[in-house]
Design a binder for this molecule. Sequence first.
Ligand SMILES: Cc1cc2nc3c(=O)[nH]c(=O)nc-3n(C[C@H](O)[C@H](O)[C@H](O)COP(=O)(O)OP(=O)(O)OC[C@H]3O[C@@H](n4cnc5c(N)ncnc54)[C@H](O)[C@@H]3O)c2cc1C
Length: 421
Amino acid sequence: MVEWGIRMQVIVIGGGIGGLSTALALHAAGIPVRVFESVPEMAAVGVGINIQPNAVRELTELGLGEELARNAVATAELAYYSKHGQLIWSEARGIAAGYLWPQYSIHRGRLQMILYDAVRSRIGSDNILTGHALQSFAQDADGVTAHFIDWATGANLESARGDILIGADGIHSAVRRHYYPNDEVHFGGQLMWRAAVDWAPFLTGRSMIIAGHRDQKIVAYPMLTLPDGRVQMNWIAELGRPGAPPREDWNRRVDKSVFAAQFSSWKFDWLDVPAMIDATDVSYEFPKIDRNPVERWTFGRVTLAGDAAHPMHPVGSQAGSQAVVDGRVLAWHLATCKDPLQALQRYQDERLPAMRDITLGNRTLGPEVVMQIVEERAPDGFTNLHDILPPAELASRAAEFKEKAGFAIEALNRRASYSVR
Ligand SMILES: Cc1cc2nc3c(=O)[nH]c(=O)nc-3n(C[C@H](O)[C@H](O)[C@H](O)COP(=O)(O)OP(=O)(O)OC[C@H]3O[C@@H](n4cnc5c(N)ncnc54)[C@H](O)[C@@H]3O)c2cc1C
């Protein structure tokens, strides 16, 4: 049994974006922490992810601002287009929009390795244990005991004891399953194919575009500038698929012939979609899934964070950002509240209602609903956008989402810091 013997000890389950940033936030708040991750070795897996200014603020306050700037593209514009390539909405993002912090588009694996390196150097390699999959846990009046298994060998590993356990173990969280054994994934009805390719920059060179509608969509954004002037482009193709989804696996490779033909005419002035798909070697399939929001994340000494707490459809680029913010809010309450159990309640009270609203709102497309409205009202294209979608409606959809998601410009710029020292 691992015993630390220091006043408060936190066990974090999962070394993804949420678990690692939570560990850094706890450490910065002076709270000892150990992270347990199921994979045998950390590797830079995934493709692109977006970190919104609210989360970049937290990572910057954790001392990672420069590292992020070196490894990401500071997104300057978000634009929605119809399937015909007609502009529906565009807005400045990050610093260009007036935030004090940028929005970053970055390779998820690169972000994870930045966080992992910071955890190792600040908290110590001994305090991040890979090859440790949570098998079960139990809490009593004095603490929580977690039991682990090595998935590769099936061997039982040494158990760990702490005061608090945070389940940051992703969309298939074992911690969440403990409390919600019948909780099922909810399929939104679309499959996504995610990929990265070295490609020419388009529009501002730092634009993120989303084109199409609910059942046929392309997302593209640069996530690294290459020395030859090209960019590492992240793209996602999405198509409606009735019926049951395939088993979700972030690493499932699928041949692009499965979806490429349906985008063959999507040649826009600013982006040749079929050529970009054609130039790509590997694409990963993932169904658009989430889970029904739950009433509680906190159960005594145990709580949930990130995708384990609020798995949501990838609309509005929220999952990674909200996982980072969860960690900072958790650390803040644990550091500033005398009773750690009450701290976990306060964390839940602060975070759960907004995450529930975003999860449900994303099922009806969140801010991207304007693309669906255009598809329904003008499937063959439009002459004057404002005849079918008034400018005020466009602007209010975008503003409403930012407010709910905690990155309304003025509110974020003015909000007090979660740093405790
Ligand atoms: C391999 C992978 C690739 C991804 N690729 C992308 C991408 O390209 N784009 C994108 O937007 N999002 C991607 N995501 C999801 C994205 O990282 C999350 O939606 C978001 O960052 C929230 O992070 P999280 O830490 O809550 O969850 P995750 O980042 O999913 O991290 C959860 C972690 O918990 C670990 N874990 C799971 N079960 C256990 C267990 N029983 N015991 C211990 N550890 C456990 C997992 O191995 C993982 O490291 C990916 C996730 C994974 C795991």
